[in-house]
Design a protein around this ligand. Structure first.
Ligand code: PGA
Length: 259
């Protein structure tokens, strides 16, 4: 779709439950200085989603840089007796721009339904954050020929939030079978799903929503994925923990033109 050319790329790291103050300090300093020195920094948005306890560290390491930061989950509630939960307003106080919502690990291990995911996206928007809503099929669903149906079911309650909400969020397609497995979707497999997602957001009146791909993205395969017409960037797990690798993926985001 022609609008894709104008969509600004986004490369977002998802640290998952990795890190320590010492390791993060080195990683944050390396990506900050590497991206600062890159001649491509103006051409791609970059961010890292870190575990809650390290938000203050990310804020202090990345303030006044071209790298944004965010969290990996939030509560649907604003405040109250919800032990262990973290609200969007709390994340905003630590300067977060992004928050992941509905990552497949949360859907699978914490029972998050697509309806809850949509409510979390709404809560994030209410707190002034950009939710990155993750969707993706399991291997069994793909093999049963249900990929596009599953993505459609996961997207439906999010699209039902309405045009204003959809325009303000980011979507990430992450096939469950490709996460942390080293088996990335081929660019063509990813593009097929992204094209369906583009049609869905276009029908909701928001063709310019950024559609990220995630699942075993590495420096070696990033450019071929980002060359697909409806892939607007990446959600990067394991490779975001290695500064050089993450920076090379961000450079690919800045320099690869869609076919
Ligand atoms: P991966 O994870 O890059 O390690 O496959 C991606 C994700 O889960 O966001």
């Amino acid at each position: 779709m022609t609008t894709t050319q104008k969509i600004r790329r986004l490369v977002l790291g998802n640290w998952k439950m990795h890190g320590s103050l010492a390791a993060n300090g080195q990683l944050l300093a390396a990506i900050r200085s590497g991206w600062n020195q890159s001649s491509h920094a103006a051409a791609c948005d970059v961010g890292v989603c870190v575990p809650f306890p390290y938000l203050a560290q990310a804020e202090s390491a990345l303030t006044d840089s071209d790298i944004a930061w965010g969290a990996q989950d939030l509560s649907v509630h604003d405040q109250g007796a919800y032990t262990g939960e973290v609200s969007g307003a709390m994340l905003a106080e630590f300067g977060c721009r992004y928050v992941l919502v509905g990552h497949s690990e949360r859907r699978a291990m914490h029972g998050e339904t697509s309806q809850l995911v949509a409510e979390k996206a709404k809560a994030a928007l209410g707190a002034g954050l950009t939710p990155v809503v993750c969707v993706g099929e399991t291997l069994a669903e793909r093999e049963a020929g249900r990929t596009l149906a599953v993505i459609g079911e996961q997207l439906a309650p999010v699209l039902a939030l309405g045009k204003e909400a959809v325009a303000a969020l980011v979507l990430a397609y992450e096939p469950v079978w490709a996460i942390g497995t080293g088996k990335t979707a081929s660019p063509e497999q990813a593009q097929e799903v992204h094209a369906a997602m583009r049609a869905a957001v276009a029908q909701a009146g928001c063709p310019g929503v950024r559609l990220l791909y995630g699942g075993s993205v590495k420096a070696a395969n990033a450019a071929s994925l980002f060359a697909m017409p409806d892939i607007d960037g990446g959600l990067i797990g394991g490779a975001s923990l290695v500064a050089e690798e993450f920076l090379r993926i961000a450079e690919a985001g800045a320099t690869t033109r869609s076919a």
